[in-house]
Structure formats: structure tokens, C-alpha cells
Write a protein that binds this ligand. Structure first.
Ligand code: HPA
Ligand code: ZN
Length: 324
């Protein structure tokens, strides 16, 4: 089964590039940039990863970004992720980035997006892995800040396939960003938003992303199973759900295998993703292998999960066909 999983051509649709920052690279960049880390070694840094909910994860995730300063840092971060993904037979990936996590530290938007883009282009040429970029807004920052960042992205629209919404969901509902997402849609960008597992008002948030924002996909969205009506809407609209099993384990102590199987049984387009693989210590193969073990998934179910991912990618229809 492990060989089957490793050999499957895979698509990943929910991975935060800043969440792929490996401790070894953190140390290398800290040294290069003259930044002091409060740990003696990469192992000590990993030992300090203490996540039990979304806020406790986000604190460590944002602190980790401090070593990313110049274009070459964003290039190396992205290159390393794409190299690792390609080594796991990921043939296509849609990557999130969080520009506000960098501009708020004085790093220019252009520095961030140019470093990422150059690595994407090189990786496609040299490693054969195709990728597209999704700009996320931090939902615990203001709608005005999100709008400013959307405007900053205007000269780079050709480098973006869509926009997303991440960070702390508590009291930050999707509707807060209604105008920002409406403009992004007008500009031809695809839309997705996080509805993380077990958040306050999660069913309201899922309803808002579908009915008010009109998203093309939902990130996580596991709690939709609590409402037959929302499940029916998700099936009717053929919305992909980018589920992240190992990430879920830090919040609900389960890889949500039962929930993922229920989604498949209901005809929902569930997909499997790594979210923040350097922090959760699990890339695509590890997510799939652990999920298979928890839920005793068959090869046919795993194939369905991966076919779902290719179906709900934001590739042109004719390009999708090559993978299905
Ligand atoms: N949820 C919300 N925000 C995030 C996440 C996540 O899983 N990863 C990085 N930012
Ligand atoms: Zn995420």
C-alpha cells in the first residue's frame, strides 16, 4: 500500500509556502541574515512545536517567518518545497502565500512574489512539477489591509490563479472580506477560503463562503458534515474541499478518516493535502499513508481522492484532462 501511495501521481491544493519552512533552512537563513533564533539547533526548534489549536499553531508559524528577508530566501523556500513535492510524485501544486506576514515586517511585496515565482518557473523546467500561486489574506487583519494587498498584486495578476483567506478565524467571518473577494473575482481570480476544523460559528462561515462570497473551493470544510443542507449545496456546486488530515490531528486528535470517507460516500469532492508540512512533519505521502492506516482506505478510495484533486484544480479544462 505504501508503494502504491508513493507511486501515485499527485496534486496538492492546500499548502502554505511559509508552512514548508524546514528547521534546517530556518537556521541557514537566520545565519545568512544575521538573525538570532531562540533555539540551539533545528531539533530544539522542532521540540518547541506545541500545537493544540489554530492560535497556538499560528503563533509559531508567524514567528518562523522572521528569517525570510530577501528574494533569494523566498526562492529557496519555494524551490525546496517544490523539490520535495516532486520527489513524492506531486506533479501539480497550488501554493498559498501570506504577503501580509512579510509586508508587516518591512519586506516588500515584490520581493516575496518574485522569489516565489522564479522558483516556480525553474522547478517546472528542471523538475517537471507544475504549480500555480494563490495569494491569501490574513483574516485577523483588516479588510482595508486586504484590499491594499490586492491592489499591490495588480501588476502581478498573471502570476496568480486565485485568492484565499487564512489565519485566525475567531470573530473573523468570511463576510468581512466580501468586497475584496468581489473585486478579485472581477479581476478573473478564483476564490477559496479557509473554514478550519471546529472553529466558532463554523457552519455560518461555511454558509457565507458558499452563499455570500461564492467561492470556487473550500479549504478544510470538514464541519459541513454537520449540516445535510450544506453538504447538498457543496455537492450541487461541485465545490472541492481541501482536507488536511495530519493538520486536523492537532485540533481534533484524529486524521478525520471517518469524515473523509463520509464525504466520499456523499459524493463530495474531498481532496488530501499537507497544509504546513514542515511544522506538522508530514508532506503528501505521509498524509496519505497515515490516513490510509487510520481509515483502512482501499486503493480505489485513494484513487478517488486523488482524481477529486485533479478535478478541482484551477488548471484550464484541457490541461486537467491529461491527469484524469
Ligand atoms: N489555517 C489557518 N491559517 C493558516 C493555516 C491553517 O491551517 N496554515 C497557515 N495559516
Ligand atoms: Zn491552511
Amino acid at each position: 500500500m505504501q508503494a502504491f501511495i508513493e507511486g501515485m501521481p499527485k496534486a496538492e491544493l492546500h499548502v502554505h509556502i511559509e508552512g514548508t519552512l524546514e528547521p534546517e533552512l530556518s537556521f541557514a537563513l537566520a545565519e545568512k541574515n544575521g538573525i538570532e533564533l531562540p533555539f540551539d539547533s533545528p531539533e530544539a526548534l522542532i521540540a518547541a512545536y506545541d500545537f493544540h489549536d489554530l492560535p497556538s499553531f499560528l503563533t509559531i508559524y508567524y514567528a518562523g517567518m522572521s528569517v525570510l528577508i530577501d528574494e533569494s530566501d523566498f526562492y529557496k523556500l519555494t524551490w525546496d518545497y517544490l523539490e520535495k513535492a516532486a520527489s513524492q510524485n506531486v506533479v501539480y501544486t497550488e501554493i498559498f502565500f501570506d504577503p501580509q506576514g512579510h509586508t508587516s515586517r518591512g519586506v516588500a511585496f515584490e520581493t516575496v512574489i518574485t522569489g516565489i515565482r522564479k522558483a516556480q518557473v525553474d522547478a517546472e523546467q528542471k523538475l517537471g512539477i507544475r504549480s500555480q500561486l494563490i495569494m491569501c489574506f490574513l483574516r485577523d487583519m483588516s479588510a482595508e489591509s486586504a484590499m491594499e494587498h490586492l491592489q499591490m498584486a495588480k501588476p502581478y495578476l498573471g502570476w496568480l490563479v486565485g485568492v484565499g483567506l487564512d489565519s485566525d478565524e475567531y470573530n473573523n467571518p468570511p463576510v468581512k472580506f466580501k468586497d475584496v473577494f468581489a473585486l478579485a473575482k472581477q479581476w478573473g481570480l478564483k476564490l477559496t477560503m479557509h473554514c478550519d476544523v471546529n472553529q466558532k460559528n463554523t457552519l455560518d462561515h461555511i454558509r457565507q463562503v458558499i452563499e455570500v462570497i461564492g467561492v470556487d473551493r473550500i479549504d478544510h470544510g470538514v464541519n459541513s458534515l454537520e449540516s445535510d443542507e450544506l453538504c447538498e449545496l457543496i455537492v450541487e456546486k461541485q465545490l472541492g474541499l481541501t482536507v488536511c488530515p495530519v493538520s486536523n490531528r492537532f485540533v481534533v486528535q484524529s486524521l478525520t478518516a471517518n469524515e473523509i470517507r463520509t464525504m466520499l460516500d456523499k459524493g463530495m469532492l474531498a481532496t488530501i493535502n499537507s497544509d504546513d508540512p514542515a511544522y506538522f512533519r508530514a508532506y503528501m505521502n505521509e498524509n496519505l499513508i497515515e490516513l490510509q492506516q487510520e481509515g483502512d482506505f482501499s486503493q480505489s478510495e485513494l484513487k478517488t481522492l486523488m482524481a477529486n484533486a485533479f478535478k478541482v484544480t484551477w488548471l484550464p479544462e484541457e490541461d486537467k484532462a491529461a491527469y484524469l
